[in-house]
Every structure is written in C-alpha cells, then in structure tokens.
Design a protein around this ligand. Structure first.
Ligand code: SF4
Ligand code: SF4
Length: 87
C-alpha cells in the first residue's frame, strides 16, 4: 500500500534515535518531528539527511489501517513493546 498523504503518524508516534536536522538527538515517541510541515509533509523528503529509518519504514495495512488515528494507536502500542530504533 501507499503512504496516506497527511497521515504523519510515523513522524509523531515513533521514537527515532538517529539525528534529524534540527533534532540532533533524534526524537522521542509522541513528539512531532521538527521536519514535519503544518500540513503533515516531510520537509526533507528525498534528501540525504532524511534518517534512514524514515526511508526504510514501509506502509502496511496492519500499521496504517484506514486512518491516522488507527496508525497512531498501533505505533504507540509498538513503542511500548520495543526499544527505540537504533540506526
Ligand atoms: S502510518 Fe502509514 S500512512 Fe501513516 S504516515 Fe506512516 S506509513 Fe504513512
Ligand atoms: S524526517 Fe521526515 S519522514 Fe522522518 S520523521 Fe521527520 S518528517 Fe517524518
């Protein structure tokens, strides 16, 4: 499946331990990525400084569901079960 435009659940719910431009320590779970625009687009999409974890995370029916609310709940649950992603 394709990433749902404007969803951004991955860019909010997930913790990222690798540096992001403007967030050198990465970001905690539940915090908006600084590179996310107000209309939920990635400002550094396609650029080399975009963290590898962002490019490697693939949309799936199970994770994304039919709404960003579903994805936020799914990813928040996943965060409770796993260690922060190390890249
Ligand atoms: S949860 Fe799925 S649809 Fe939402 S931003 Fe992530 S990949 Fe895209
Ligand atoms: S760098 Fe872009 S894709 Fe990665 S979390 Fe931030 S806004 Fe989302």
């Amino acid at each position: 499946m394709e990433c749902r435009p404007g969803c951004a659940a991955c860019c909010i719910a997930v913790s990222i331990s690798s540096p992001i431009p403007g967030m050198p320590e990465g970001k905690p779970a539940g915090i908006r990525c600084i590179q996310l625009t107000p209309d939920n687009k990635c400002k550094i999409f396609g650029k080399p400084e975009r963290p590898r974890v962002c490019t490697s995370l693939m949309p799936s029916k199970e994770m994304c569901g039919n709404s960003s609310g579903h994805a936020m709940d799914y990813l928040a649950e996943l965060e409770k079960l796993t260690e922060p992603v190390q890249i």
